[in-house]
Design a protein around this ligand. Sequence first.
Ligand code: NAD
Length: 479
Amino acid sequence: MNIQNYINGQFENPINNEWLDNYCPSNGDVYGQIPNSSKEDVENAYIAAQSAFPVWSQTTIEERSRILIKISELLEANLQRFAEAESKDNGKPINLAKSIDIPRAASNFRFFGNAITQFASESHESIGQQAINYTLRQPIGVVGCISPWNLPLYLFTWKIAPAIAAGNCVVAKPSEVTPMTAYLLGDICNKAGLPKGVLNIVHGLGTTTGQAIIEHPEIKAISFTGGTATGAHIAKVAAPMFKKLSLELGGKNPNIIFADCDYDDMLETTVRSSFSNQGQICLCGSRIFVETSIYDKFKIDFIAKVKQLKVGHPSEETTNIGALVSKAHLEKVLNYIEIAKIENGIVLCGGNKIIIKGFENGYYLEPTVIEVATDECIINQEEVFGPVVTIMPFNSEDEVLQMANKVKYGLSATLWTNDLKCTMRMSNQIQAGIVWVNTWMLRDLRTPFGGVKASGVGREGGFEALRFFTEAKNVCIKY
Ligand code: NAD
């Protein structure tokens, strides 16, 4: 199936007629083509967005809200079709796409459709100066949204929904590795009555299409989720044009397990936080630190559970782990496993490619657990972004805190303990944007989402996202 750009409410081929192959990770086949859009396509998308802006930015909150909620309802009504498309395009188990990816994409539109009705600005009476100040929150204009391949529609809509709710018009680019559900979204937007030009979706490589978006002098804000190196590049390009930036980047998140935790709950959740979506979630707890007194028991129990995970074709309901997203990514992950071995890491389970009968060219990998002797090895410092976790013991709170913080990233952390004081001390001192205690990936869309250090700049979620997509203008009236 060939994919087209969605510009000004219409589906179009790329002007230069350049196309990229779209691969199916579960069998390695090319199953369609996508545009490799040029600067000219991005310019057309920009012109459509700019033309739509005067009307959309003045459209009532009630009407914008109604359209966003309609998009949400249509996504829900098409859950099965979207979930199948996401699973085929990304390699993720159909169950995950059905229970997480697509429902969450629908929630993003519903949430911001509601949030915009509650988004208010402040006013300040300057007593003694006979003046009143009030703050307008005005949409920026045309904004760019660029998203990665791991949670394709989920992260794409996490940006688009607040951007359009706040009255902006959007030029968006999904990952070239997983373009399918973003393509399908265009039709849903038309059916929901989103005016043409409010959302424009251009497909293509980061270095061509993405680059044209970030270089565009009139696209005044970029919301980006992806790798840290790409984020650094975007920041460099955007800085001289003073673009507003939100950068959600990589992670190397610690999962810290104290001996006093609720063990069974911890064990079950740790399997999930290690291997959900083939370990390809920026929030996965890829560094597991376990208090020495329960380390040996944890090791045995954890490996036993991991060995029960079924690696299989993504369309099978019983599959726990599907295919990795691409051949290149599979090779990158396998390379990290080799590096870990060279650095004396002990592979406790997994570590190998899996050949599935009938789908021999699919990108399957065993869930892999590596015991490391030091937190300073490469596998513990660099983001692998696959079904690979490390485990090592710790003796004290101070020691584990130091190890948790001794990476360049700071996205999320998970703590397992019932000790309130330890929870407070650790949560205060861990360098991360999100700390989960006795849970993982419990999301409330009102909360600020993002990372510190090399994990990014800015926060998404709730009113933080609406603040990002608006400019504050203070008006001071003397009376
Ligand atoms: P990536 O950086 O390679 O690509 C992300 C997007 O940026 C893609 O759409 C790509 O085409 C585009 N891009 C690439 N080069 C560009 C350029 N020069 N100009 C403009 N756009 C460009 O990342 P990926 O491999 O797709 O995704 C995996 C990464 O995303 C991991 O590092 C992961 O941790 C991160 N991620 C972070 C979060 C978060 O919320 N912090 C969430 C999910 C994924």
